[in-house]
Design a binder for this molecule. Structure first.
Ligand SMILES: NC(=O)c1ccc[n+]([C@@H]2O[C@H](COP(=O)([O-])OP(=O)(O)OC[C@H]3O[C@@H](n4cnc5c(N)ncnc54)[C@H](O)[C@@H]3O)[C@@H](O)[C@H]2O)c1
Length: 260
């Protein structure tokens, strides 16, 4: 008997990086991850790799900022499996620019992916979770849900906002046995971070090595990156919670960057 036997888990943005590892780990413990991603080819490739390892996974095309695409994607999952037990709202991007000339279109794009995406996927899944009287929702926050960095105004704003959303859902969901929590990783070497290293180097006029040492890992206890597995450990812990005891919380996984 594994922790997630037969549990259907929609993981947004699971074609890459952190979400992808969460999907692999859920499948390894008997769960059925639904790889919901903008990039359907990559989502299918991830589902195929999980299948090749003996797990079960399903790929759906989903732009989390598009109300109709989210509702249709979730309906497709429910038609296939009859339920959604777990939502990991993880899809995200990063755009770095000083606040003084941050383009409004980029600000809106960031809030749409991180906040509209979390809201729309939550709402679509909740209808089915409430009917089943069970649900586990985990939002992918960041140390930037607690702490600020220069150049990241919409990201920091959105990631702080997810904690508010989780707290409201913890209250509203309780009578339906639906919990909501936030995992807050430090820097993880994924395509999202690899893209930022040269961008920040150019913006601050320093080397890429200096971006890693003096910005990204400066406040960790040991100068180490967090891994996708470290983040997946925390997500699976919240997703496996047996009662409403563990709800409305946020957990930082960051090698000690930002201690509460
Ligand atoms: N990498 C880090 O250091 C780090 C740290 C803290 C938090 N996070 C958060 O973790 C999450 C995953 O990031 P990652 O580093 O794995 O990034 P990634 O770029 O490796 O993966 C992100 C995935 O999201 C998908 N995506 C992007 N926009 C989408 C949309 N509109 N609809 C559906 N899917 C979409 C992409 O296709 C991609 O597969 C993000 O929310 C990010 O903010 C990352």
């Amino acid at each position: 008997m594994s922790r997630f036997d037969g549990k259907v888990a929609i993981v947004t943005g699971a074609a890459s990086g952190i979400g992808r590892q969460i999907a692999f780990r859920l499948a390894a413990e008997g769960g059925i991850p639904v790889i919901a991603d903008l990039n359907l080819d990559a989502a299918k490739a991830t589902a195929g790799e999980i299948g090749a390892k003996g797990g079960e996974a399903y790929a759906v095309a989903m732009n989390v900022t598009d109300e109709e695409a989210v509702d249709t994607g979730v309906a497709e999952v429910v038609e296939k499996y009859g339920k959604v037990d777990i939502l990991v709202s993880n899809a995200g991007i990063q755009i770095v620019r000083p606040l003084v000339d941050f383009p409004f279109a980029d600000w809106k794009k960031m809030l749409a992916i991180h906040l509209d995406g979390a809201f729309l996927t939550t709402r679509a899944c909740l209808k089915h979770m409430y009917k089943a009287n069970y649900g586990r929702v985990v939002y992918m926050g960041s140390v930037h849900s607690k702490e600020a960095s220069r150049l990241k105004a919409p990201y920091v704003t959105a990631k702080h906002g997810l904690i508010g959303l989780a707290k409201v859902l913890a209250k509203e969901g309780a009578e339906h046995n639906v919990t909501a929590n936030v995992v807050c990783p430090g820097f993880v070497r994924t395509p999202l971070v690899d893209k930022q290293i040269p961008e920040q180097a150019a913006e601050f006029g320093i080397s890429e090595e200096a971006v890693i040492k003096t910005i990204m890992l400066k406040d960790t206890v040991d100068g180490e990156f967090t891994t996708t597995d470290d983040v997946a450990d925390a997500v699976l812990y919240f997703a496996a919670a047996k009662s409403n005891a563990l709800t409305g919380q946020s957990l930082v996984v960051s090698h000690g960057w930002y201690m509460q």
